[in-house]
Every structure is written in C-alpha cells, then in structure tokens.
Design a protein around this ligand. Sequence first.
Ligand code: NIG
Ligand code: FE
Length: 426
Amino acid sequence: MSLNPIFIRNANEVITLKGGSSAPVTGSNMKKLHVINNGSIWLEDGKIKAVGDDEELLHQYKNRLHESTVINAQGKIVMPGLVDPHTHLVYAGSRENEFTRRLHGSSYMEIMNAGGGIHATTKATREASFEQLYIESKKRLDAFLLHGVTTVEAKSGYGLTVESELKQLEVAKELNKSHSIDIVSTFMGAHAIPAHYKKAPEKYVELIIDEMIPKVVERKLAQFNDVFCEKGVFSPQQSRRILLAGFNHGLLPKIHADEIEPYGGAELAAEIGAVSADHLLRASEKGLRMMAENGVMGVLLPGTALFLMTECANGRNMIDLGVPIAISTDCNPGSSPTVSMPLMMNFACLTMGMTPEEAITSSTINAAHAIKCGHEIGSLEVGKKADVLILYAANYRQLQYHYGVNHTDTVIKAGKVVVKDGKLLR
Ligand code: NIG
Ligand code: FE
C-alpha cells in the first residue's frame, strides 16, 4: 500500500541534527542541532524527501500539495524519532518488592546474590509462554511509541538457557515484524551466571560460546552481543572470550561496563573495539580516554543511577574528553522500569551536567550510531527514513525545562502517522 506524501509545515523549529550520519557526533559538535525556524519537511515513500524553510518547500511542492496530507505544526517543534539504544524489552514479571527492599537499604548486588534480581526475572521469563512475553513486551513498545521512540535495541538475557534465550529473541523478532517500532536485537546470554553453574562458571561461559552464539547467529536473531562485565558476574577475561567468540560469528560487541564497581570494562571495550560501553558509572579516566581514542560510544543510563540511588556517570567529563555519548532508558524490571526517553533527556541535563542540545544529540543521531543505524535514522536529512516527531513545545529547550512531561503530539514512523494528538492510531 503506498502512502500519501506528508507535508509538515511551519514548525517553530525543525531540529535537523544534520551532518552526523557517517560517524558519531563528539565534543562541541554535540551542541549543534542545526535548527530551521519556521521549517517544513516533505515525506514520501517512507523517506524524507526535503527539509527546509516553509517558503522554499512550498515553492518546490506547490504543484503536488493536493496529493499530500498537510500537517500544520505552527507553535510546535519537529525532530527525528527518538532512538533507545539499550533496553531489556522482553521479560515477564515485576520486581517492586525489590524496590522496597532497596529503599530499606539492601543493595542491588545483595539482592541478586541472594537469588533475586536478574535471577527472579529469569525465572518468570522462563516460565512465561511465547504469547505471554509477546503481549507484555508489546505493551511496553506501545508505551515507548507514545513517548516518541521509533527504534529500540532489545537484549535477551533473562533466559540463560539455550531454549529460553532463543525464545526471548524470537519474541523480539516477531514484534519487529508486527509493531511499528523497529527493534534491533542483542544477544545477552552473559547477563548472569545461572544458579546451577555457580560452582563452575566456566562451564556456562562455554555453553554461551559453543551453543548459544552459534544458534543465535544461525537463526539470524541478533546483531550484537552484550556481557554484564561486573565483579561477581562476568570477569573482564570471561567477557573478552565471550565477545570475541561472538565477533567471530559476526555479532558486534557491547558491554555493560563499570556499572557498580570499577572493573576495567571501559578499557576492555576500547581494546576490543566494542560498538559501545554502557553504564560507565565507575569507569576510570584512563578507560574513558581509551574509549575516546578508539571511538567507542558511551551509552549512559541516568534513570538507572537514580533508581539504584547511586552517583551518576559523569557525562559532562566524557563529552569533554571526546567520548561519543548516547543516552537510553535501560528499560528493565530491576534497575530502570521506565520507557521514557524524554525523562532520560531531562536527567541527562539535571544529573549528568549535559546541555539540552547534547541530550537531544544523545537520544537521536548518537543513539542511532550506538546500534549502527546512524546512516538510516537519527536525523532529518534527505534520503533517511521518515521517522519524525511533532512535539508540543515552542522550542527545544522546553523539552528539558518541563521535566517529566511527555510532549509527544504526533509520531510518524517510516512515513506513516502512528500517534496522533498523543494517542496511538490502531
Ligand atoms: O542494565 N546490570 C545489568 N543489567 C540490567 C539490569 C537487569 C535487571 O536488574 O534485571 C542493567 O541495569
Ligand atoms: Fe542494561
């Protein structure tokens, strides 16, 4: 079915983020949003065909106005669909009991080591049917879309058996086909050591390398391979082995690095040329410098730091060191049960010393690069996918100023309106 062209006109601001499609944006360039005042955009065949000032586009398309759906964006802003580059989208169950325990002083790792945490969600996810996981995850995707997110990365890691890991990834694959949000999948069998491998963790590492990775690749279920490199979980040596094994099968490495304790995760990411190192709350200055030198994206998760009631990653310092930065929700039932990228942008400013411009760059073009999609999405440029938001805000700084507010008015995914007046179209 071919779609009518969409002509969005007269936006107060069109935030284009142009110029960053070939490589992640770093340093002072993260502040350059390339805003067009009184701007317009023409979308056709699922792609962006023209972006510019309203008069210019009106002149260019005056003979085709009748065949287009015209949307008046006066008083609003237009920007690229948000990209969430780090989620644990597919899971079952809920862990509000642990939230209460943590409020009373238990730590995240204490709860996990006592069989809760990731292990609790693993139990619920293993027990859930494919359909149940599909339905629960779809609800989360709908909520992401209502918050202006048009692409998410989704990790496995709550199965921890061959069968259950594949089930999680199959659910993500099915949702990618049926839902308007695009899903980029990551295999994360190395999310925790399952209880019955506790005495022989190397055996679990071998299971990941010898069985899980080949099956995931054979069934084309993931593009990335991630490891929770953390004291008491996977050591840097084990993480290196798992990531290199994945790489040899074509899976690109990502790392949950230095989240709870400094553990050499940032250094490892730089050494093996990971696509991204995520969390980085306790990353060393040396590791961060190595990441900057090797162009490894830092994916920062400010909601997780808040929810675990711990000190944030120093986003300001990382940007100043030249590390390319993206931000994400880390959506998961334990350390960040949220779907709100707009809130993460607020937190990036309020808790990590980032500017509104840097927060936007981190949620669009750099987030796209964090999942190797920077050439296709993340900015409003001719030829890119027509993933476009119209937001209730007079200028982009209001997005950061009204914190905790969802400004989403309209979401256009691949040239089709999927959210209108803040509501999902079915
Ligand atoms: O990114 N730290 C490891 N993984 C997730 C949390 C998973 C969970 O607690 O269920 C994270 O924070
Ligand atoms: Fe995570």
